[in-house]
Design a protein around this ligand. Structure first.
Ligand code: ZN
Length: 606
C-alpha cells in the first residue's frame, strides 16, 4: 500500500477492534461443516449502480449436519487496519431447494446457518458499495470496484485452500477487468487467498494493454477519458521503463498478466494504491493525475507483487482474515518496497539521479521531523494508526534502511553483491519454499551478501533501536555527501485560508510575530509591510521589505469584523536548516563504483 498527501481516512472512525481468537480464551475455535463445489455469483448492473450495491450469491455443497459457519474478512491484506466488511451486508438469506434456512450471527463477522441436512445451499445478500477506498466496494451509476474481501464468504475454521468459480451478471455492453484466471463463463481461483486477492472493475471504463517484461500488462482506468492522450502515454512510458528494472532484481516475471486499475475522483485528496499479486488498485484525486509521484506509486505497488505478495514475513504467512496480523517487518515489506520503487524509476530512466537523491533527501527530512521510533515498533503498531505523526514512518525510514543496507553490503563485498541479492535469495528460499521469512533468514541473507559481515549492531541500533542514522559515514561509502545550508527568514506564524471575504487567518502560532502584533484567528489579513496578501509573490515580497533584523518594525493591516485595523508589530526571524544529498567530488573510485551500481542495478564482476 502507498498513501500520499491524503486526507481520507473516513472509515477508520467506525471500525471495531479485531476479534480475539476463541482458542486464546480456552474454548475450541469454531469450525464450520465442510463445504465443497463453491460457486460465487456477483450482480452489478444499471439498477445496482443507482443503488450503490453489489448482489452476492454463494452456492456450495454441505457435508454433515453441523452448522455452516460463513465469515467475511475483517481486513484486506496490504491495508493494515480492521474494517469488518460484514457491516456493509444486508438482506442475508440462506436457502436450500428454495426453502429458507434458519441462521443467526456467531460473531460480528460470522453467520451460523442451520443447513438441517440440506445438500446444496445458496446464500444471497447485498453488499453496500459506497466507500471510495481501494480495500472496499465502491459503485457509481455505470461502474463498480468490487473487492473479494468485501463479498466472498469463507467457511470458518476450515482450510482456505479451496477452489471456487466466479460469474458476474452485468449489462451486455459493460466490461469486467480482474486478475483472476478466466474459466468457462467466468473466472476461477485455486484458493480463497487468490480469490480475494483479485479485485474487479465492472462497468464502463477504459482498458488497453502492452507487452512489458514478456507479459501482458493491462491498464484499466475509470472514469472513461480520465487518463487519455499524452497523460496515458506518459503513464505507459513510466511502466514500460520501471517494470523491467523490478523484474531484473528477481530474474523472473511472476505473473502471466498484470492489471493496473485506476480510479480518478475529484472528491479524493491525494493518492492511495493497494497491491495484489497480479494487479493493483490506485485511487487518485482528479487534479493529481499528472503529479510527479504517480509513477512512483505504481512502481511501489508492482514491486509488491514480489515483496509482500510473494516474499512475506512469517507472521503474515498464511494470511488470516479474522484478525490483525502484526509483524515487526513492515519496514521490509513497505519501506524496502519503496526503496525499490525509487530505484526502478532511476534504473529505468523515468527519473534522473538528482531526482533520486531529492526523493531520498525528502525521506531523511521526514524522519528527522518526527520523534525517534524504531522500525520494528513502527511496523508492529501500523494497525492502530499512531496519532503522533509516526503512523506511516516505516515507509520512509524503512526505505532509508534499505539504502543503508545496500551501501553497506556493496562496501563489504567491494560492490560484488547488493541488496538485490538479498531480495532474490530470500524470494527463492522462503517464497519458493512455500513459507514466510524469519529474522534469522533475513539477517542471514544480508550477512551472506556482505561476505560474512555481521549486521547484529545494525539491527540493534537502527532497526530494533532508535539511534539516528549516521548518514555522513554511510553516504561517503557510496560517493555521496550531506550538505547543510542555513537560512535566516522573517516568519509571520499564521496559517492563511483564502475565502470569499479575503485572505483569512485560520491559525495563529503562539509566540509568533503575528500573535505578538495582535492578529487573531478569523481576521482578514490585507497587507504586511505594505505588500497586499492578494499579490501572487506576497511571501517573497513582504520578506524582502521586512528584512531579517529581529525586532524591526512590521506593520500588519487587517480587517476584523469588517472594520480596517492597523497593527504595529515586530519582525521575527527564524533560522532554517536545510540539508541535501549530492555527489561528493572527492569520492574515491570504490565509492564511485558503488554509487553507479546502486543507480544502475549492477555489481562489479569478480
Ligand atoms: Zn505498499
Amino acid at each position: 500500500m502507498r498513501v500520499l498527501a491524503t486526507v481520507l481516512l473516513v472509515v477508520a472512525a467506525h471500525t471495531l477492534p479485531a476479534q480475539p481468537a476463541s482458542a486464546a480464551r480456552g474454548t475450541p475455535a469454531p469450525r464450520s461443516a465442510a463445504i465443497s463445489d463453491v460457486r460465487y455469483q456477483l450482480t452489478f448492473n444499471a439498477a445496482r449502480g443507482v443503488q450503490r450495491s453489489i448482489g452476492v450469491q454463494m452456492t456450495f455443497v454441505v457435508s454433515g449436519r453441523e452448522p455452516v459457519l460463513l465469515s467475511l474478512p475483517a481486513w484486506t491484506p496490504g491495508a493494515y487496519e480492521i474494517s469488518n466488511y460484514a457491516r456493509f451486508v444486508s438482506g442475508f438469506a440462506p436457502t436450500a431447494a428454495g426453502r429458507p434456512l434458519r441462521w443467526d450471527k456467531l460473531d460480528p463477522d460470522t453467520w451460523r446457518i442451520q443447513a438441517d441436512g440440506a445438500r446444496e445451499v445458496t446464500v444471497r445478500f447485498e453488499a453496500r458499495a459506497d466507500s471510495l477506498d481501494n480495500a472496499f466496494n465502491w459503485a457509481r451509476d455505470e461502474f463498480a470496484l468490487i473487492n473479494g474481501t468485501n463479498v466472498f464468504l469463507y467457511p470458518e475454521g476450515r482450510p482456505l485452500e479451496f477452489a471456487s468459480t466466479v460469474t458476474i451478471q452485468t449489462e451486455t455492453d459493460w466490461r469486467v477487468a480482474t486478475g483472476l484466471a478466466p474459466a468457462a463463463g467466468g473466472w476461477s481461483a485455486p484458493t480463497y487467498h487468490e480469490l480475494v486477492d483479485a479485485p474487479f472493475f465492472v462497468g464502463r471504463f477504459d482498458l488497453d494493454s502492452m507487452r512489458i517484461a514478456d507479459r501482458w500488462l493491462r491498464l484499466a482506468t475509470y472514469p472513461r477519458g480520465s487518463e487519455k492522450g499524452e497523460r496515458r502515454a506518459a503513464l505507459w512510458a513510466s511502466l514500460r521503463r520501471a517494470v523491467p528494472a523490478e523484474v531484473a532484481v528477481f530474474h523472473e516475471t511472476p505473473w502471466t498478466n498484470y492489471t493496473v486499475m485506476q480510479i480518478a475522483d475529484s472528491a479524493f485528496g491525494g493518492m492511495s494504491a493497494l497491491e495484489h499479486q497480479n494487479s493493483n488498485v490506485g485511487v487518485v484525486g482528479t487534479e493529481l493525475l499528472d503529479a510527479p509521484f504517480v509513477p512512483s506509486v505504481y512502481a511501489h505497488e508492482i514491486f509488491h507483487a514480489f515483496n509482500v505478495k510473494r516474499l512475506r514475513p512469517a507472521e503474515m504467512w498464511p494470511y488470516r482474515y479474522d484478525q490483525a496480523q502484526p509483524t515487526p517487518w513492515l519496514w521490509v515489506s513497505e519501506g524496502i518496497t519503496d526503496y525499490y520503487a525509487d530505484l526502478s524509476l532511476v534504473r529505468g530512466g523515468v527519473i534522473d539521479a538528482a531526482a533520486f537523491l531529492a526523493t531520498t533527501q525528502g525521506k531523511m527530512d521526514h524522519v528527522a521531523q518526527l520523534a525517534a521510533v524504531s522500525l520494528e515498533d513502527a511496523s508492529l503498531q501500523a494497525w492502530i494508526h499512531m496519532t503522533d505523526g509516526t503512523s506511516d514512518i516505516y515507509y520512509d525510514k524503512g526505505s532509508l534502511a534499505g539504502l543503508a543496507l545496500d551501501i553497506l553490503i556493496r562496501d563489504a563485498s567491494d560492490n560484488q553483491a547488493s541488496l538485490d541479492d538479498v531480495m532474490r535469495d530470500l524470494y527463492g528460499a522462503a517464497y519458493k519454499g512455500g513459507r514466510g521469512f524469519t529474522a534469522d533468514e533475513w539477517w542471514g541473507a544480508v550477512s551472506r551478501a556482505a561476505r560474512g559481515a555481521s549486521f547484529r549492531e545494525f539491527s540493534d541500533k537502527y532497526v530494533d533501536g532508535r539511534e539516528p542514522y549516521p548518514w555522513t559515514a554511510w553516504l561517503a561509502k557510496a560517493g555521496w555527501r550531506v550538505v547543510t545550508d542555513t537560512l535566516r527568514e522573517a516568519r509571520l506564524g499564521v496559517m492563511l485560508a483564502p475565502d470569499s471575504g479575503g485572505v483569512r487567518v485560520a491559525e495563529v502560532t503562539p509566540g509568533s510575530a503575528a500573535q505578538r502584533a495582535g492578529v487573531r484567528t478569523g481576521d482578514v489579513l490585507v497587507r504586511v509591510a505594505g505588500v497586499p496578501t492578494s499579490d501572487r509573490d506576497f511571501n517573497s515580497k513582504w520578506r524582502a521589505r521586512a528584512g531579517d533584523r529581529e525586532g524591526a518594525p512590521l506593520v500588519l493591516e487587517i480587517r476584523r469584523d469588517g472594520a480596517p485595523l492597523t497593527l504595529n508589530g515586530a519582525v521575527h526571524v527564524a533560522t532554517l536548516i536545510s540539508t541535501r544529498v549530492e555527489n561528493d567530488p572527492a569520492a574515491n573510485a570504490r565509492a564511485v563504483r558503488i554509487r553507479g551500481g546502486i543507480l544502475a542495478g549492477t555489481t562489479t564482476a569478480r
